[in-house]
Design a protein around this ligand. Sequence first.
Ligand code: S3P
Length: 432
Amino acid sequence: MNLRVRPCQVLHGSATVPGDKSISHRALLLNAIAQGVGRVRNWLPAADCQATLSAVRALGVRVEQPSPTELLVHGVGLRGLRPPAAAIDCQGSGTTMRLLAGILAGQPFTSTLDGHAGLRRRPMERIAIPLREMGAAVETHAGRPPLTITGGNLRGVDYRLPVASAQVKSAILLAGLYAEGPTTVRQPGPARDHTERMLKAQGADLVTQDNVITLTPDSHPLAPCSLVIPADFSSAAFPLVAASLVPNADLHLERVGVNPTRTGLLDVLRQMGAGVTLLDQSEQGGEPVADLVVRPNGLQGVEVRGDTVVRMIDEFPIFAVAATQAQGKTLVRDAHELRVKETDRIAAVVAELRAMGASIEEREDGFVVQGPTRLRGARVHSHGDHRLAMALVVAGLVAEGETVIEGTEVIADSFPGFVGLMQNLGAEVGER
Ligand code: S3P
Protein backbone atom coordinates (compact mmCIF):
# COMPACT_ATOMS: atom_id res chain seq x y z
CA MET A 1 0.00 0.00 0.00
CA ASN A 2 1.19 3.51 -0.86
CA LEU A 3 0.40 6.70 1.04
CA ARG A 4 0.35 10.15 -0.50
CA VAL A 5 1.16 13.12 1.76
CA ARG A 6 0.83 16.84 1.07
CA PRO A 7 2.52 19.72 2.89
CA CYS A 8 0.71 20.74 6.04
CA GLN A 9 0.26 24.21 7.60
CA VAL A 10 -2.07 23.40 10.49
CA LEU A 11 -2.16 20.42 12.84
CA HIS A 12 -4.69 20.84 15.58
CA GLY A 13 -6.64 18.86 18.16
CA SER A 14 -6.60 16.10 20.76
CA ALA A 15 -5.61 12.55 20.02
CA THR A 16 -5.18 9.27 21.81
CA VAL A 17 -2.65 6.89 20.33
CA PRO A 18 -3.12 3.13 20.83
CA GLY A 19 -1.83 1.09 23.77
CA ASP A 20 1.85 0.44 24.33
CA LYS A 21 3.25 -2.37 22.20
CA SER A 22 5.95 -3.52 24.63
CA ILE A 23 3.50 -3.64 27.54
CA SER A 24 0.85 -5.38 25.40
CA HIS A 25 3.26 -8.26 24.68
CA ARG A 26 4.20 -8.53 28.34
CA ALA A 27 0.60 -8.36 29.59
CA LEU A 28 -0.14 -11.46 27.52
CA LEU A 29 3.01 -13.44 28.24
CA LEU A 30 3.16 -12.72 31.97
CA ASN A 31 -0.55 -13.29 32.51
CA ALA A 32 -0.30 -16.55 30.54
CA ILE A 33 2.08 -17.96 33.18
CA ALA A 34 0.24 -16.42 36.15
CA GLN A 35 -2.26 -18.32 38.28
CA GLY A 36 -5.72 -16.84 37.60
CA VAL A 37 -7.40 -14.47 35.19
CA GLY A 38 -5.81 -11.15 34.15
CA ARG A 39 -7.95 -8.48 32.55
CA VAL A 40 -6.02 -6.35 30.11
CA ARG A 41 -7.58 -3.18 28.72
CA ASN A 42 -6.30 -0.83 26.03
CA TRP A 43 -4.33 -3.77 24.62
CA LEU A 44 -2.74 -3.02 21.24
CA PRO A 45 -4.47 -5.04 18.48
CA ALA A 46 -1.54 -4.61 16.08
CA ALA A 47 0.11 -7.33 13.99
CA ASP A 48 3.10 -7.79 16.34
CA CYS A 49 0.91 -8.29 19.41
CA GLN A 50 -1.46 -10.59 17.49
CA ALA A 51 1.58 -12.83 16.98
CA THR A 52 2.00 -13.03 20.76
CA LEU A 53 -1.72 -13.71 21.20
CA SER A 54 -1.61 -16.63 18.73
CA ALA A 55 1.56 -17.92 20.37
CA VAL A 56 0.14 -18.11 23.90
CA ARG A 57 -3.00 -19.78 22.53
CA ALA A 58 -0.80 -22.31 20.72
CA LEU A 59 0.75 -23.09 24.13
CA GLY A 60 -2.67 -23.98 25.55
CA VAL A 61 -3.63 -20.68 27.20
CA ARG A 62 -7.26 -19.58 26.90
CA VAL A 63 -7.57 -15.90 26.01
CA GLU A 64 -10.97 -14.25 25.56
CA GLN A 65 -11.15 -11.05 23.54
CA PRO A 66 -14.47 -9.29 24.32
CA SER A 67 -13.35 -6.34 22.17
CA PRO A 68 -10.28 -5.73 19.98
CA THR A 69 -8.52 -3.94 22.85
CA GLU A 70 -9.63 -6.07 25.80
CA LEU A 71 -8.28 -9.46 26.79
CA LEU A 72 -9.10 -11.92 29.56
CA VAL A 73 -6.05 -14.11 29.92
CA HIS A 74 -6.70 -17.37 31.76
CA GLY A 75 -3.25 -17.98 33.20
CA VAL A 76 -2.15 -21.60 33.51
CA GLY A 77 0.59 -21.02 36.08
CA LEU A 78 4.33 -21.30 35.53
CA ARG A 79 4.16 -25.01 34.72
CA GLY A 80 0.85 -25.28 32.90
CA LEU A 81 1.87 -24.53 29.29
CA ARG A 82 1.37 -27.33 26.77
CA PRO A 83 3.70 -28.27 23.89
CA PRO A 84 2.57 -26.51 20.70
CA ALA A 85 1.31 -28.69 17.84
CA ALA A 86 3.52 -26.92 15.30
CA ALA A 87 6.22 -24.26 15.02
CA ILE A 88 5.09 -20.96 16.56
CA ASP A 89 4.93 -18.15 13.99
CA CYS A 90 6.19 -14.90 15.53
CA GLN A 91 5.51 -13.12 12.22
CA GLY A 92 7.67 -9.97 12.22
CA SER A 93 7.85 -9.55 15.98
CA GLY A 94 11.27 -9.71 17.63
CA THR A 95 9.71 -9.08 21.04
CA THR A 96 7.43 -12.12 20.67
CA MET A 97 10.33 -14.35 19.70
CA ARG A 98 12.85 -13.20 22.27
CA LEU A 99 10.56 -12.98 25.30
CA LEU A 100 8.80 -16.23 24.51
CA ALA A 101 12.18 -17.94 24.12
CA GLY A 102 12.85 -17.12 27.77
CA ILE A 103 9.61 -18.77 28.88
CA LEU A 104 10.12 -21.78 26.60
CA ALA A 105 13.61 -22.29 28.02
CA GLY A 106 11.86 -23.23 31.25
CA GLN A 107 9.47 -25.78 29.71
CA PRO A 108 10.10 -29.54 29.75
CA PHE A 109 9.35 -29.86 26.01
CA THR A 110 10.76 -28.88 22.64
CA SER A 111 9.32 -26.01 20.63
CA THR A 112 10.27 -24.07 17.53
CA LEU A 113 9.91 -20.32 16.98
CA ASP A 114 9.88 -18.96 13.44
CA GLY A 115 8.82 -15.77 11.65
CA HIS A 116 8.67 -13.72 8.47
CA ALA A 117 11.67 -13.04 6.27
CA GLY A 118 12.41 -9.76 8.11
CA LEU A 119 12.53 -11.50 11.51
CA ARG A 120 14.57 -14.37 10.06
CA ARG A 121 17.36 -11.88 9.41
CA ARG A 122 17.60 -10.71 13.03
CA PRO A 123 20.27 -11.87 15.51
CA MET A 124 19.19 -14.50 18.04
CA GLU A 125 22.47 -15.69 19.57
CA ARG A 126 22.09 -12.77 21.96
CA ILE A 127 19.33 -14.73 23.71
CA ALA A 128 20.56 -18.23 22.83
CA ILE A 129 23.91 -17.73 24.62
CA PRO A 130 22.50 -16.83 28.07
CA LEU A 131 19.65 -19.34 27.81
CA ARG A 132 22.18 -22.09 27.05
CA GLU A 133 24.25 -20.94 29.99
CA MET A 134 21.14 -21.46 32.13
CA GLY A 135 20.83 -25.04 30.87
CA ALA A 136 18.39 -24.89 27.93
CA ALA A 137 19.24 -26.40 24.54
CA VAL A 138 18.78 -23.64 21.96
CA GLU A 139 19.48 -24.14 18.26
CA THR A 140 19.60 -21.25 15.82
CA HIS A 141 20.22 -21.17 12.08
CA ALA A 142 23.61 -19.50 11.89
CA GLY A 143 22.55 -17.25 14.76
CA ARG A 144 19.13 -16.41 13.30
CA PRO A 145 15.58 -17.83 13.43
CA PRO A 146 14.10 -20.38 13.41
CA LEU A 147 14.94 -21.24 17.00
CA THR A 148 14.44 -24.71 18.45
CA ILE A 149 14.36 -24.76 22.24
CA THR A 150 14.34 -27.71 24.60
CA GLY A 151 13.95 -26.41 28.11
CA GLY A 152 13.76 -27.50 31.70
CA ASN A 153 16.16 -27.85 34.65
CA LEU A 154 17.55 -24.34 34.50
CA ARG A 155 20.04 -22.80 36.89
CA GLY A 156 20.25 -19.09 37.70
CA VAL A 157 22.97 -17.01 36.03
CA ASP A 158 24.81 -13.80 36.63
CA TYR A 159 24.86 -12.35 33.13
CA ARG A 160 26.37 -9.14 31.81
CA LEU A 161 24.47 -8.00 28.71
CA PRO A 162 26.84 -7.04 25.89
CA VAL A 163 24.22 -4.54 24.59
CA ALA A 164 21.44 -2.74 26.43
CA SER A 165 18.46 -4.78 25.20
CA ALA A 166 15.14 -5.08 27.01
CA GLN A 167 14.27 -8.13 24.93
CA VAL A 168 17.39 -10.01 25.99
CA LYS A 169 17.07 -8.85 29.60
CA SER A 170 13.45 -9.99 29.65
CA ALA A 171 14.21 -13.39 28.11
CA ILE A 172 16.78 -14.07 30.84
CA LEU A 173 14.49 -12.87 33.66
CA LEU A 174 11.59 -14.97 32.36
CA ALA A 175 13.83 -18.04 32.20
CA GLY A 176 15.01 -17.09 35.70
CA LEU A 177 11.46 -17.72 37.00
CA TYR A 178 12.07 -21.40 36.22
CA ALA A 179 15.65 -21.62 37.47
CA GLU A 180 17.24 -23.03 40.58
CA GLY A 181 18.75 -20.07 42.44
CA PRO A 182 18.75 -16.34 41.70
CA THR A 183 19.35 -14.78 38.28
CA THR A 184 21.16 -11.47 37.92
CA VAL A 185 21.22 -9.37 34.75
CA ARG A 186 23.71 -6.51 34.44
CA GLN A 187 22.74 -4.09 31.70
CA PRO A 188 25.10 -1.47 30.24
CA GLY A 189 22.31 1.11 30.05
CA PRO A 190 18.68 1.71 31.10
CA ALA A 191 16.76 -0.57 28.69
CA ARG A 192 12.98 -0.36 29.11
CA ASP A 193 11.89 -1.90 32.41
CA HIS A 194 8.28 -2.97 31.74
CA THR A 195 9.04 -6.65 32.45
CA GLU A 196 10.53 -5.81 35.85
CA ARG A 197 7.59 -3.58 36.77
CA MET A 198 5.03 -6.19 35.82
CA LEU A 199 6.83 -9.10 37.50
CA LYS A 200 7.03 -7.08 40.72
CA ALA A 201 3.32 -6.26 40.50
CA GLN A 202 2.72 -10.01 40.17
CA GLY A 203 4.57 -10.69 43.41
CA ALA A 204 7.92 -11.87 42.03
CA ASP A 205 10.99 -11.28 44.21
CA LEU A 206 12.81 -8.87 41.91
CA VAL A 207 15.20 -6.13 42.92
CA THR A 208 16.70 -3.46 40.67
CA GLN A 209 19.69 -1.44 41.75
CA ASP A 210 21.15 0.92 39.20
CA ASN A 211 21.55 -1.29 36.15
CA VAL A 212 21.60 -4.60 37.99
CA ILE A 213 18.42 -6.67 38.25
CA THR A 214 18.16 -9.73 40.47
CA LEU A 215 15.26 -12.16 40.39
CA THR A 216 14.99 -14.80 43.09
CA PRO A 217 12.45 -17.46 42.16
CA ASP A 218 10.24 -18.76 44.93
CA SER A 219 7.43 -21.26 45.29
CA HIS A 220 4.62 -18.66 44.99
CA PRO A 221 2.71 -18.58 41.72
CA LEU A 222 2.70 -15.27 39.83
CA ALA A 223 -0.48 -13.30 40.52
CA PRO A 224 -2.48 -12.21 37.47
CA CYS A 225 -1.95 -8.61 36.43
CA SER A 226 -5.05 -6.60 35.48
CA LEU A 227 -4.29 -3.23 33.97
CA VAL A 228 -5.20 -0.47 31.54
CA ILE A 229 -2.21 -0.17 29.22
CA PRO A 230 -0.97 3.41 28.73
CA ALA A 231 -0.80 4.91 25.23
CA ASP A 232 2.46 4.07 23.49
CA PHE A 233 5.07 6.83 23.71
CA SER A 234 6.78 5.38 20.63
CA SER A 235 3.55 5.87 18.64
CA ALA A 236 2.92 9.31 20.17
CA ALA A 237 6.38 10.27 18.89
CA PHE A 238 5.05 10.69 15.32
CA PRO A 239 2.30 13.25 15.96
CA LEU A 240 4.51 14.79 18.64
CA VAL A 241 7.34 15.51 16.20
CA ALA A 242 4.86 16.52 13.50
CA ALA A 243 3.38 19.13 15.85
CA SER A 244 6.87 20.36 16.71
CA LEU A 245 7.54 21.05 13.03
CA VAL A 246 4.27 22.10 11.35
CA PRO A 247 3.98 25.93 11.55
CA ASN A 248 0.51 26.22 13.10
CA ALA A 249 0.27 23.22 15.36
CA ASP A 250 -1.43 22.75 18.69
CA LEU A 251 -1.68 19.15 19.80
CA HIS A 252 -2.87 17.42 22.94
CA LEU A 253 -1.95 13.74 23.34
CA GLU A 254 -3.81 11.91 26.07
CA ARG A 255 -2.60 9.45 28.72
CA VAL A 256 0.75 8.68 27.14
CA GLY A 257 3.20 6.37 28.89
CA VAL A 258 6.17 8.44 30.09
CA ASN A 259 8.27 5.74 31.68
CA PRO A 260 11.74 7.37 31.86
CA THR A 261 13.31 4.33 30.15
CA ARG A 262 11.25 5.26 27.07
CA THR A 263 11.24 9.05 26.90
CA GLY A 264 14.73 9.89 25.68
CA LEU A 265 13.18 11.59 22.63
CA LEU A 266 11.21 13.94 24.88
CA ASP A 267 14.36 15.01 26.70
CA VAL A 268 16.29 15.50 23.46
CA LEU A 269 13.48 17.45 21.76
CA ARG A 270 13.24 19.74 24.78
CA GLN A 271 17.00 20.21 24.71
CA MET A 272 16.59 21.23 21.05
CA GLY A 273 14.01 23.81 22.06
CA ALA A 274 10.73 21.98 21.35
CA GLY A 275 7.58 23.20 23.08
CA VAL A 276 6.35 20.04 24.83
CA THR A 277 4.60 20.22 28.21
CA LEU A 278 3.54 17.29 30.44
CA LEU A 279 0.21 17.67 32.23
CA ASP A 280 -1.63 15.60 34.84
CA GLN A 281 1.19 13.19 35.58
CA SER A 282 -0.06 10.05 37.32
CA GLU A 283 0.25 6.25 37.30
CA GLN A 284 -1.64 3.76 35.20
CA GLY A 285 -1.02 0.01 35.09
CA GLY A 286 2.14 0.43 37.18
CA GLU A 287 3.60 2.92 34.69
CA PRO A 288 3.90 6.73 34.74
CA VAL A 289 1.53 8.51 32.32
CA ALA A 290 0.84 12.13 31.37
CA ASP A 291 -0.92 14.23 28.77
CA LEU A 292 1.48 15.85 26.31
CA VAL A 293 0.84 19.30 24.91
CA VAL A 294 2.92 20.19 21.87
CA ARG A 295 3.38 23.48 20.01
CA PRO A 296 5.94 24.24 17.33
CA ASN A 297 9.14 26.00 18.22
CA GLY A 298 12.45 26.51 16.43
CA LEU A 299 14.76 23.53 16.99
CA GLN A 300 18.54 23.56 17.42
CA GLY A 301 20.85 20.71 16.44
CA VAL A 302 22.00 18.41 19.23
CA GLU A 303 24.34 15.52 20.00
CA VAL A 304 22.75 12.24 21.13
CA ARG A 305 24.84 9.43 22.63
CA GLY A 306 25.19 6.94 25.48
CA ASP A 307 22.23 6.15 27.74
CA THR A 308 19.97 8.58 25.91
CA VAL A 309 20.26 6.38 22.80
CA VAL A 310 18.97 3.41 24.82
CA ARG A 311 16.02 5.44 26.12
CA MET A 312 14.93 6.44 22.59
CA ILE A 313 16.05 3.37 20.66
CA ASP A 314 12.83 3.10 18.58
CA GLU A 315 12.58 6.83 17.87
CA PHE A 316 15.55 7.43 15.56
CA PRO A 317 13.62 7.40 12.27
CA ILE A 318 11.31 10.19 13.48
CA PHE A 319 14.13 11.94 15.34
CA ALA A 320 16.10 12.11 12.08
CA VAL A 321 13.16 13.95 10.49
CA ALA A 322 13.18 16.48 13.35
CA ALA A 323 16.94 16.91 12.93
CA THR A 324 16.54 17.87 9.25
CA GLN A 325 14.48 20.86 10.42
CA ALA A 326 16.82 21.92 13.24
CA GLN A 327 19.33 24.72 12.98
CA GLY A 328 22.88 23.40 12.76
CA LYS A 329 24.45 19.99 13.19
CA THR A 330 22.82 16.97 14.83
CA LEU A 331 25.04 14.00 15.62
CA VAL A 332 23.88 10.53 16.72
CA ARG A 333 26.54 8.19 18.15
CA ASP A 334 26.60 4.86 20.05
CA ALA A 335 23.58 3.65 18.09
CA HIS A 336 24.94 0.47 16.40
CA GLU A 337 21.82 -1.37 17.54
CA LEU A 338 19.83 0.50 14.89
CA ARG A 339 21.51 -1.73 12.32
CA VAL A 340 19.66 -4.84 13.59
CA LYS A 341 16.14 -3.46 14.01
CA GLU A 342 13.24 -4.15 11.59
CA THR A 343 15.74 -3.06 8.94
CA ASP A 344 19.20 -1.45 9.09
CA ARG A 345 17.66 1.79 10.35
CA ILE A 346 20.82 3.84 9.89
CA ALA A 347 21.18 2.97 6.20
CA ALA A 348 17.44 3.09 5.47
CA VAL A 349 16.71 6.41 7.21
CA VAL A 350 19.72 8.06 5.56
CA ALA A 351 18.79 6.76 2.08
CA GLU A 352 15.13 7.84 2.26
CA LEU A 353 15.70 11.27 3.81
CA ARG A 354 18.45 11.95 1.28
CA ALA A 355 15.97 11.16 -1.47
CA MET A 356 13.90 14.02 0.00
CA GLY A 357 16.86 16.40 -0.12
CA ALA A 358 18.10 16.14 3.49
CA SER A 359 21.73 16.65 4.29
CA ILE A 360 22.27 13.45 6.26
CA GLU A 361 25.25 11.12 6.33
CA GLU A 362 25.69 7.64 7.62
CA ARG A 363 28.19 6.89 10.40
CA GLU A 364 29.04 3.40 11.52
CA ASP A 365 27.20 3.91 14.83
CA GLY A 366 24.71 6.62 13.88
CA PHE A 367 24.28 9.55 11.52
CA VAL A 368 24.97 13.24 11.17
CA VAL A 369 22.47 15.79 9.90
CA GLN A 370 23.07 19.36 8.81
CA GLY A 371 19.96 21.50 9.02
CA PRO A 372 17.64 23.06 8.40
CA THR A 373 16.75 21.79 4.94
CA ARG A 374 13.50 22.37 3.10
CA LEU A 375 12.66 18.77 2.21
CA ARG A 376 11.33 17.97 -1.28
CA GLY A 377 8.40 15.66 -1.90
CA ALA A 378 9.65 12.42 -3.44
CA ARG A 379 8.80 8.76 -3.93
CA VAL A 380 10.27 6.95 -0.92
CA HIS A 381 10.02 3.48 0.62
CA SER A 382 9.36 2.02 4.08
CA HIS A 383 11.95 -0.81 3.78
CA GLY A 384 9.29 -2.96 5.50
CA ASP A 385 9.74 -0.90 8.68
CA HIS A 386 6.64 0.53 10.37
CA ARG A 387 8.54 3.29 12.15
CA LEU A 388 10.34 4.42 9.02
CA ALA A 389 7.02 4.48 7.12
CA MET A 390 5.43 6.78 9.73
CA ALA A 391 8.54 8.97 9.96
CA LEU A 392 8.37 9.49 6.19
CA VAL A 393 4.72 10.54 6.46
CA VAL A 394 5.79 13.24 8.93
CA ALA A 395 8.65 14.24 6.61
CA GLY A 396 6.07 14.61 3.84
CA LEU A 397 4.09 17.08 5.98
CA VAL A 398 7.03 19.49 6.08
CA ALA A 399 8.22 18.88 2.49
CA GLU A 400 7.55 20.93 -0.61
CA GLY A 401 5.15 19.20 -3.01
CA GLU A 402 3.76 15.70 -2.81
CA THR A 403 5.44 12.72 -1.13
CA VAL A 404 4.52 9.13 -1.93
CA ILE A 405 5.56 6.45 0.55
CA GLU A 406 5.58 2.89 -0.72
CA GLY A 407 5.11 -0.17 1.48
CA THR A 408 3.06 1.51 4.22
CA GLU A 409 0.93 -1.54 5.10
CA VAL A 410 3.60 -2.27 7.75
CA ILE A 411 2.28 0.66 9.82
CA ALA A 412 -0.26 -1.88 11.14
CA ASP A 413 2.61 -3.70 12.90
CA SER A 414 2.47 -1.13 15.70
CA PHE A 415 0.00 1.70 15.01
CA PRO A 416 -3.37 0.73 13.58
CA GLY A 417 -5.32 3.94 12.94
CA PHE A 418 -2.24 6.10 12.33
CA VAL A 419 -3.52 7.54 9.06
CA GLY A 420 -6.98 8.33 10.47
CA LEU A 421 -5.46 9.98 13.53
CA MET A 422 -3.23 12.22 11.41
CA GLN A 423 -6.18 13.09 9.12
CA ASN A 424 -8.29 14.07 12.15
CA LEU A 425 -5.55 16.48 13.20
CA GLY A 426 -5.67 18.09 9.75
CA ALA A 427 -2.96 16.29 7.81
CA GLU A 428 -3.56 15.56 4.14
CA VAL A 429 -2.52 11.94 3.99
CA GLY A 430 -4.31 9.13 2.22
CA GLU A 431 -4.06 6.00 0.16
CA ARG A 432 -2.91 6.26 -3.37
C1 S3P B 1 11.46 -3.88 22.92
C2 S3P B 1 12.79 -3.65 23.10
C3 S3P B 1 13.63 -2.94 22.13
C4 S3P B 1 12.79 -2.19 21.11
C5 S3P B 1 11.65 -3.01 20.59
C6 S3P B 1 10.74 -3.44 21.73
C7 S3P B 1 10.73 -4.61 23.98
O1 S3P B 1 14.43 -3.86 21.44
O2 S3P B 1 13.60 -1.75 20.05
O3 S3P B 1 10.91 -2.29 19.66
O4 S3P B 1 9.49 -4.57 23.97
O5 S3P B 1 11.39 -5.20 24.83
P1 S3P B 1 15.85 -4.36 22.01
O6 S3P B 1 15.63 -5.09 23.25
O7 S3P B 1 16.42 -5.25 20.94
O8 S3P B 1 16.65 -3.09 22.19
